[in-house]
Write a protein that binds this ligand. Structure first.
Ligand SMILES: [Zn+2]
Length: 226
């Protein structure tokens, strides 16, 4: 006889939230703020460990509970519970937009997410699985630089085999490629002064690495050919 494991109950208030935030309307960390100026809209935001729910004053208690449950569910689904999650969702949106705009939608990543700052690379990509990882060191760069790095990784999903000329033809459809590469070259010197051939440095001294000519984004490509 085969034991059937219990199906996890998504809405079960007893299910611990992996992020440690409230899942039940009864959680003491839910701060309900009622406003007479609010008409019908209900919203919620995260403040530290607390979920602040803003709702119109004068609602029946039972309706409040239902609305709070709805908001908790929405927060969980929207991925806006923590900064990194929101940004991962945004990164994926960004990647989809870039793929549409510059790659005819041919790059279809399965995940695009921030990873803790890597020591020597801005980004990495696993072609077989379609996963793209972007270093948190790039959180504060100008949008066009982040666009370039994401597009660079997307291009690896389209053109296999590292950085052949065809790869760069694809990447350079993005008009600010050279400018972004220049930015990264300078930025890597700021972050890692004295590091020769730092990522983003075209023609850097360590140019001929196992990942190819270390040009452009200093990424780690796992295209299954190794
Ligand atoms: Zn690359």
């Amino acid at each position: 006889m085969v034991a059937v494991p219990p199906t996890p109950a998504i809405d079960d208030p007893a299910t611990p939230d992996p992020l440690g935030l409230p899942t039940s309307p009864d959680d003491p960390r839910i701060d309900v703020r009622r406003s007479r100026r609010r008409k019908r809209t209900v919203s919620a935001r995260i403040e530290g460990d607390t979920v602040v729910v803003l709702m119109p004053a004068g609602l029946p208690r039972s309706q409040e509970r239902r609305l709070i449950s709805d908001m908790l569910g929405k927060l969980a689904r929207s991925g806006r519970r923590r900064g990194t999650r929101a940004s991962d969702a945004e990164l994926m949106q960004r990647a989809k937009g870039l793929s549409r705009e510059w790659l005819d939608g041919r790059a279809v990543p399965t995940s695009v997410r921030w990873v803790p700052a890597m020591t020597t690379r801005w980004a990495s990509c696993t072609q077989a699985s379609g996963e793209i990882r972007i270093s948190e060191a790039l959180r504060d760069v100008p949008p066009y630089v982040l666009d370039y790095v994401v597009l660079h990784e997307l291009a690896h999903l389209v053109v296999p085999g590292g950085h052949p000329p065809e790869f760069w033809r694809v990447v350079r459809r993005f008009p600010r490629t050279e400018r972004a590469m220049g930015y990264l070259e300078a930025y890597s010197r700021v972050l890692r002064p004295g590091a020769p051939g730092a990522p983003g440095a075209p023609g850097g001294e360590s140019g001929e690495g196992p990942e190819g000519p270390g040009e452009g984004v200093g990424d780690l490509i796992d295209d299954g050919t190794a």
